[in-house]
Every structure is written in structure tokens, then in C-alpha cells.
Design a protein around this ligand. Structure first.
Ligand SMILES: Nc1nc2c(c(=O)[nH]1)N=C([C@H](O)[C@@H](O)CO)CN2
Length: 120
């Protein structure tokens, strides 16, 4: 089963970066998220309670990211992926975290990671 619930182009702001000027104010981030989740139950019931609610994920990430002040995109990406796996029951998550304004010479910089839920 490889059903995926995705969020494309989630725009969030965070204080993030290694340079002093990045510590002074939030900067824009773009997240692209693919969450592996069996969608058959939700499709059968047509009930949001059976789905991986991407609106709830987006709202929870916005709340969490706004509270962070990491140096590296790697750290924030890791924490966001863990939050999705732990709180929303996704089997796997692929997360791309980009800084569109960090480098004047680039359209964006960032990191892409893939993490799976650890079997207990
Ligand atoms: N692998 C990484 N390299 C760099 C990062 C990062 O988060 N991960 N961050 C910076 C600066 O904060 C840059 O984004 C702004 O000048 C440089 N390299």
C-alpha cells in the first residue's frame, strides 16, 4: 500500500539560521510534505475522523515551527517529520524544507528527508 496524503507549498515563518542576521527575525520557509497513510478506511466512511487530516497537520506545524529558533534546516526538518509520525499516525513521511530567501544567488536552499515510524 503506498497511499500518500500530501501538503505542497506550505508557507511558514521561523527564526532559523546560523548567521546573526537570521537570529533577529523570522524568515519564510516552504515545506513540501508527503505522508504515507492508508486512505481506504476514510474513503469507505467518508469521515474526516478516519483520514489523516492535512489541515490539522498544517495548523500543528505552523504552531510548532513558529516556536522554534534552530540554526540548521536539518534540525527543524527532523523535528517536523518526528511530529508528523508521532502525532498523526503516518507510516512514512518525506519532507522538503526550503528557505526561499536565504541566498540571493539561489531560488531556494534546504534539505529533504524521509523517515519511517519506528515499530514499537
Ligand atoms: N546544510 C546546511 N547548510 C547551511 C545552513 C543549514 O541550515 N544547513 N544554513 C546556512 C545559513 O543559515 C544560510 O541559510 C543563510 O545564509 C548556511 N549553510
Amino acid at each position: 500500500m503506498t497511499d500518500v496524503v500530501f501538503i505542497e507549498g506550505l508557507c511558514l515563518d521561523a527564526v532559523i539560521g546560523v548567521h546573526a542576521h537570521e537570529r533577529l527575525a523570522p524568515q519564510p520557509l516552504r515545506l513540501d510534505i508527503r505522508m504515507q497513510f492508508d486512505t481506504r478506511r476514510a474513503a469507505a466512511s467518508d469521515a474526516l475522523s478516519d483520514a489523516l487530516d492535512y489541515d490539522a497537520v498544517a495548523r500543528r506545524l505552523a504552531e510548532y515551527v513558529a516556536s522554534t529558533r534552530f540554526a540548521l534546516v536539518e534540525t527543524l526538518a527532523e523535528r517536523c517529520a518526528a511530529l508528523i509520525l508521532d502525532e498523526f499516525g503516518a507510516e512514512r513521511v518525506q519532507l522538503r524544507l526550503a528557505k526561499p530567501t536565504a541566498l540571493k544567488s539561489a531560488a531556494a536552499v534546504g534539505v529533504e528527508i524521509a523517515r519511517a515510524r519506528r515499530s514499537s
